[in-house]
Design a binder for this molecule. Structure first.
Ligand SMILES: NC(=O)c1ccc[n+]([C@@H]2O[C@H](COP(=O)([O-])OP(=O)(O)OC[C@H]3O[C@@H](n4cnc5c(N)ncnc54)[C@H](O)[C@@H]3O)[C@@H](O)[C@H]2O)c1
Length: 437
């Protein structure tokens, strides 16, 4: 099939590349000329494990191309994917200007039947709005389908190639057939393609993200309680996770959820609810708790240093909102940096992939180290904000030598409490016994 993907960010580029991988011809469109030039030159503009192999293979085989020209891209295609940003607007609702802007452009450009697919995360009713926008100028046949994306950054290629499920919202038998054909190669293991109406598909994505954010937040609150009651959150986590009804995943406490999806999607769902007169109390609590949780290490740090962080230097491991991505949108690490700088402290950060993105945002207000141990050199303490695999079993001896004092504030519970005690650290984590050294 011939396909156009409009928007080549984390979702669009993965979608386009993975669709080309099964033999489709895909044109990726983006308004960011620099990004398109990079991709045309064979450079993957984001960090996403395994994407480069597929990207290069499909470019080489002539199935994956890039352009800034929407009109040229959609000429011969059967399907047009919209993988555009839906950032939070000022009132918390999803800002649809990118989606509706491209829909208006399509209204001027369409000349024959196409399936227009919303891959972005959009509020209930958006498929209708996209259809109405296109119809303003195009009177021919087309269908708008809601096909929310569930990929996780860091696992995006695998998630796209072997999805747990594909959700497709459409009331058109013609579009249903096209989408079924397109996704067949991705569900050969038997995972379902779930067909439903457009509104239910749109809500499914928000409900999934809101549920996951709630699960994390619940566990963070249990962790906070553990600290006050003297219980161990790891034991509680395993204790409850062994129950199939609860499940083991998404129960790890930490310094809150971040990223480009959970915060904005929870906010947007709460806003959508209030617009129809329903107060989603649970989500309001989730947002409040998460906001506080992002800086949950701060009181521990301040208390250790006698409430005075001025001119203290902190090594910070991890800047990305989670491991295996260079995405720093709403990253808890950045909230910690902000709080530390406000207290007059210095920060020397290390992240395997996210430093260039942070540098663009924060410039020289913090220092960037070339490896985790250099970050620790002469620092008063180490703070861990992202659970990159390489931080899990560090060279504790080198870490201890480099730090001014053996003090670690761990927002991701990477190390064993007993081991840290034996190694002579002051070790504060989330929901577990404080090692005071
Ligand atoms: N990132 C994720 O993990 C993830 C997962 C599932 C769903 N989503 C949803 O998918 C959507 C896209 O997210 P993302 O993370 O890929 O965003 P992104 O910001 O990484 O990428 C969006 C891209 O769209 C481009 N763009 C903007 N306006 C354009 C236009 N008029 N024409 C062509 N290109 C244009 C931007 O230049 C950018 O490259 C959002 O709705 C998001 O909520 C994201």
């Amino acid at each position: 099939m011939k396909i156009a993907v409009v928007g080549t960010g984390y979702v669009g580029l993965v979608t386009g590349t993975c669709l080309a991988e099964t033999g489709n011809h895909v044109v990726c469109v983006d308004i960011n000329q620099e990004k398109v030039a990079q991709m045309q030159a064979g450079i993957v503009p984001i960090y996403e494990p395994h994407l480069d192999t597929l990207f290069h293979r499909n470019i080489k085989d002539g199935r994956l191309t890039f352009t800034t020209q929407l009109a040229e891209a959609i000429k011969d295609v059967a399907i047009i994917f919209l993988a555009l940003p839906t950032p939070p607007g000022e009132d918390g609702s999803a800002d649809l200007r990118y989606i509706l802007g491209v829909a208006a452009d399509l209204g001027h450009l369409l000349q024959d039947y196409k399936v227009v697919v919303d891959k972005s995360t959009v509020p209930v009713g958006t498929a209708e709005k996209v259809g109405a926008e296109i119809s303003k100028h195009y009177k021919g046949e087309f269908d708008v389908v809601s096909n929310p994306e569930f990929l996780r950054e860091g696992f995006a290629v695998d998630d796209f190639m072997k999805p747990d499920r594909v959700v497709i919202g459409t009331s058109s038998p013609r579009a249903k057939k096209v989408m079924e054909e397109l996704y067949k190669p991705y569900v050969r293991q038997g995972n379902p393609i779930l067909f439903m109406d457009e509104k239910s598909a749109e809500l499914t994505k928000y409900a999934a993200n809101a549920f996951l954010a709630t699960k994390i937040t619940f566990m963070n609150e249990v962790a906070n309680l553990c600290e006050l009651l003297g219980a161990d959150v790891d034991a509680v986590r395993i204790g409850i996770g062994s129950d199939d009804r609860i499940g083991k995943r998404f129960l790890f406490p930490g310094i809150g959820y971040g990223g480009s999806c959970f915060p904005k999607d929870v906010q947007a769902l709460a806003k959508s609810s209030s617009e129809v007169g329903y107060r989603f109390n649970l989500l309001e609590s989730v947002m409040n708790v998460n906001e506080k949780q992002k800086t949950a290490l701060l009181p521990k740090i301040k208390s250790y240093f006698g409430n005075d962080l001025k001119n203290r230097t902190f090594a910070l491991w991890g800047l990305a909102f989670k491991p295996d991505t260079d995405d720093i949108r709403e990253a808890p690490a950045l909230y910690i940096v902000d709080a530390l700088l406000k207290e007059g402290a210095n920060v020397v950060a290390y992240d395997p992939e996210a430093m260039p993105n942070v540098q663009k945002q924060l410039g020289t207000s913090i220092e960037y180290a070339k490896d985790p141990y250099q970050a620790c050199a002469g620092a008063d303490a180490l703070i861990i904000a992202t659970e990159w695999g390489q931080f899990r079993t560090p060279d504790f001896a080198l870490m201890g030598q480099n730090l001014k004092q053996k003090v670690v504030f761990d927002g991701r519970n990477l190390f064993d409490v007993e081991q840290m005690r034996q190694l002579g650290y002051h070790y504060a984590s989330i929901g577990r016994t404080l090692v005071s050294g």
